[in-house]
Design a protein around this ligand. Structure first.
Ligand code: ADP
Ligand code: ADP
Length: 217
C-alpha cells in the first residue's frame, strides 16, 4: 500500500530530515514508527499524506507516485486517509459533534446520514454522551479520542497518527494504542509514530525505527 523508495527530505536551510529511506507497508498492516524527537517520524507521515514532497526518491501510495500528482489528485487521495495530528487541531469554538462532522462536510457529506456517522465514530472512541460537550471540558485523553473520531469518521483505509499519546499518562496512552488496534482489526491500515517504544512492545507489530533520518535495527 505504501512504498518508500530511496526517499530523502531536505528542509529549507538544508537540514536533511530523511536520507535514502526505503520500506514497504502492506494493506491492512499495523505499523509503528519509533525514534527520538527529530528522527524524522513526522516527516515520514507528512510525506505519506502528501502534505510535503520528497527532495529525492519516490513515495508510493496505492500504486501512485505521490510526486506525480497535482493538488486535486492529492486531495482526492487524502479522502481515504485519516490523520491524527500531533497538535490536535481541535476547533474549540464548536462542540464535539461539530468537530467530528467537519471532515464529512469537507467531502460534501451532510444531513442526517452524516450526523449518524459522526455519532457512530464518537461512540466508537468511547465519547458517547459527550456529543454536545465543549472540547475544553474534555480531559487530555478525551481530546485525543475526539481527534481519533474525527480522523476515522469518513472511514479511511489508512489511519495515520503522530505521537497520539505524547502528553498522556501511561495508562491513558495504552488505552489510545488499544483504540488504534480496534481500527486495525476492522481492516484499516494503521501507522502510529511515537518516541516511546515501550508503548509498542506488547503488540507484536512491525516497528520501523528511525535514527537521524535513516533506518536502524
Ligand atoms: P520527529 O517527528 O521524529 O520528531 P521530524 O520529522 O519532525 O522528526 O523532524 C526531523 C528533522 O527535520 C528534525 O531535525 C527537525 O528539526 C527537522 N524539521 C522538521 N520540519 C522542519 C521544517 N519545516 N523546517 C526545517 N526543519 C524541519
Ligand atoms: P515534530 O518534530 O514532532 O513534528 P516539532 O515541535 O519539532 O514536532 O515541530 C513542530 C512543527 O515545526 C512541525 O510542523 C515541523 O515540521 C516544524 N519544524 C520542526 N523543526 C523545525 C525546524 N528546525 N525549522 C522549522 N520548522 C520546524
Amino acid at each position: 500500500m505504501i512504498r518508500f523508495e530511496q526517499v530523502s527530505k531536505a528542509y529549507p536551510g538544508g537540514h536533511h530530515a530523511l536520507k535514502n529511506l526505503s520500506f514497504n507497508i502492506g494493506k491492512g498492516e499495523m505499523i509503528f514508527i519509533a525514534g527520538h524527537s527529530g528522527a524524522g517520524k513526522s516527516t515520514v507521515l507528512k510525506l505519506i499524506s502528501g502534505i510535503i514532497k520528497p527532495s529525492g526518491g519516490r513515495v508510493w501510495l496505492n500504486k501512485q507516485d505521490l510526486g506525480t500528482l497535482n493538488d486535486n489528485q492529492l486531495g482526492f487521495l487524502r479522502q481515504h486517509i485519516g490523520i491524527v495530528f500531533q497538535d490536535h487541531k481541535i476547533l474549540f469554538d464548536r462542540n464535539v459533534l461539530q468537530n467530528v462532522l467537519l471532515p464529512l462536510r469537507i467531502i460534501g457529506y451532510n444531513g442526517r446520514q452524516a450526523e449518524h456517522r459522526a455519532r457512530a465514530a464518537i461512540e466508537k472512541v468511547g465519547l458517547g454522551g459527550r456529543e454536545l460537550a465543549d472540547p475544553v471540558t474534555l480531559s487530555g485523553g478525551e481530546q485525543q479520542r475526539l481527534c481519533i473520531a474525527r480522523a476515522v469518521v469518513h472511514q479511511p483505509s489508512l489511519l495515520i497518527a503522530d505521537e497520539p499519546s505524547a502528553n498522556l499518562d501511561r495508562a491513558y496512552a495504552l488505552d489510545i494504542m488499544e483504540l488504534f488496534k480496534t481500527f486495525h482489526e476492522a481492516g484499516t491500515t494503521v501507522m502510529v509514530a511515537a518516541h516511546d517504544e515501550s508503548l509498542m512492545a506488547d503488540y507484536g507489530h512491525r516497528i520501523i525505527r528511525l535514527q537521524q533520518g535513516s533506518l536502524y535495527a
